[in-house]
Design a protein around this ligand. Structure first.
Ligand code: UD1
Ligand code: CA
Length: 450
């Protein structure tokens, strides 16, 4: 079955007290909206439509930076959830299949839950995601009759008996797209809020003799974010679950509560992560690696047996092969470091390839940026880069070559050659003593006030 995602993201988010649209506030380093899109991505949607409101351009740019194929449509006035879904109609012209409605401010719906909804759609015309609420509060209530969902009543419109129902509406809807838009055409706004409720499609479907049912999930999956306090709580809850999942998968976290993870952090079994490590988006670490304390990693790959840190920074495009050592105060960006290579102290390696077994001395820097463009540095296998070498890119150091400490290397070095590019040492016997005597005499004259 083909799938289209419709992500509602037009709400004003007033309680965030922010210039940034609510759905662009981050959890685990990524906008809320991206979490929702990625949960839906597991169903391999053929189309995705984001319904944006105010500051639609910011939402548009973020969505397209994530996935060029996403369509962003604008809901100028927020007249309710049914009205929001209706804005996606034009973007889905010609689409035939399941429409899945998600909220952009609800980041934790599991992919497996969405798969269960898709499966349930084989038996039912409309499928709603419900949950047993500990505090049902102002959620819409699911009025069930056996396995049949008869209708959803919004809290504002509910009777006392209906308010006593604890099975609540998460907001996620699965329905054949053509039927969904057909039902939405029939939704009015004659209710307590004066809004076009998406939830009305259930009663409308039942009145036409169509079937509706509810799939249920854990309450935490349905958490929506409305304020900074809720954002902070959701972040904390996300981290607790992500750490627990890694421990379960056989990763050692010495102090789990100090390790921060992203939605897609992938770490192999028997890897050790020391305290105070931050993982940004896009990190994969293979089995048996060690990430030492106070390191920061994003958009990088660390292979089996490698050691990173303490105090290391791996930026996007850092690719470490097996048994690589990256030590303290080393930054690696957009660079492939081959097997067994070492960059142990105080270095910046950017836009580079480092050959197998090469040793990069303390304080070495790839001077990759000329102020306008970035340039590449290529270091051959087994090369030995002396401490404090400046490698002015573009430059190639051949395999097995050696650069003298303190060299500023501006042209290519042949394999197995020794390159020295520093001022020769000059020595003047007794000169230090003479210089100090002269300076001391000068100071004494000044103190006498002459
Ligand atoms: C909605 C549901 C309610 C459910 C609850 C779960 C309706 C009528 N009610 O209520 O049954 O229990 O969510 O959280 O659907 N949005 C737009 N455009 C609009 C209105 C809303 O894009 O015109 C977006 C919001 O940004 C938000 C989502 O839709 O992401 C839900 O809207 P919200 O106003 O929060 O709905 P609730 O009243 O909470
Ligand atoms: Ca809400």
């Amino acid at each position: 079955m083909k799938t289209a995602l419709i992500i509602l993201a037009a709400g004003k988010g007033t309680r965030m007290n922010s210039d940034l649209p609510k759905v662009l506030h981050p959890i685990a380093g990524e906008p809320l909206m991206i979490h929702a899109i990625e949960a839906g991505a597991t169903l391999e949607p053929d189309r995705s439509v984001v319904v944006a409101g105010q500051n639609a351009t910011q939402v548009h740019d973020t969505a397209l930076a994530h996935d060029m194929s996403i369509k962003v449509v604008e809901q100028v006035e927020q007249l309710g959830t049914a009205h929001a879904v209706a804005q996606a109609r034009a973007a889905l012209t010609g689409f035939d299949g399941m429409a899945l409605v998600l909220y952009g401010d609800t980041p934790f719906i599991r992919a497996s839950t969405l798969e269960r909804m898709r499966d349930a759609l084989a038996q039912s015309d409309v499928v709603i995601l419900g949950f047993e609420a500990t505090v049902p509060g102002r959620y819409g209530r699911l009025v069930m009759n056996g396995d049949t969902l008869e209708k959803i009543v919004e809290y504002k419109d509910a009777t006392d008996a209906e308010r006593a129902i604890t099975l609540c509406n998460s907001g996620v809807v699965a329905c054949d797209a053509t039927l969904l838009f057909d039902l939405i055409d029939a939704v009015g706004n004659d209710n307590a809020a004066g809004e076009y409720y998406l939830t009305d499609i259930v009663g409308l479907a039942r009145a036409r003799g169509l079937s509706a049912t509810a799939v249920t999930c854990d309450e935490w999956e349905t958490v929506g974010i409305n304020s900074r306090a809720e954002l902070a709580q959701a972040e904390a809850a996300f981290q607790v679950r992500a750490r627990a999942a890694l421990l379960e998968d056989g990763v050692t976290l010495t102090a789990p509560e100090t390790v921060f993870l992203a939605r897609d952090t992938a770490i192999g079994r028997d890897t050790l992560v020391e305290p105070n490590v931050v993982f940004g988006p896009g990190v994969t670490v293979e089995s048996g690696a060690t990430i030492r304390a106070f390191s920061h990693l994003e958009g990088c790959h660390v292979s089996r047996g490698s050691t990173v840190g303490p105090y290391a920074r791996l930026r996007p495009g850092a690719e470490l092969a097996e048994n690589v050592r990256i030590g303290n105060f080393v930054e690696i960006k957009n660079a492939q470091v081959a097997e067994g290579a070492k960059v142990n102290h105080l270095s910046y390696i950017g836009d580079a390839t480092i050959g197998a077994g090469a040793n990069i001395g303390a304080g070495t820097i790839t001077c990759n940026y000329d102020g306008v463009m970035k340039h590449h540095t290529d270091i051959g296998a087994g090369a030995f880069i002396g401490s404090n070498t400046m490698l002015v890119a573009p430059v190639t150091i051949g395999a097995g070559a050696l650069t003298g400490s303190g060299s500023v290397i501006t042209s290519d070095v042949e394999p197995d050659a020794l390159a020295l590019a520093r001022a020769p040492q000059v020595e003047k016997p007794g000169m230090a003593r003479k210089l100090f005597e002269m300076l001391k005499a000068k100071k004494a004259r000044q103190q006498r006030g002459s």
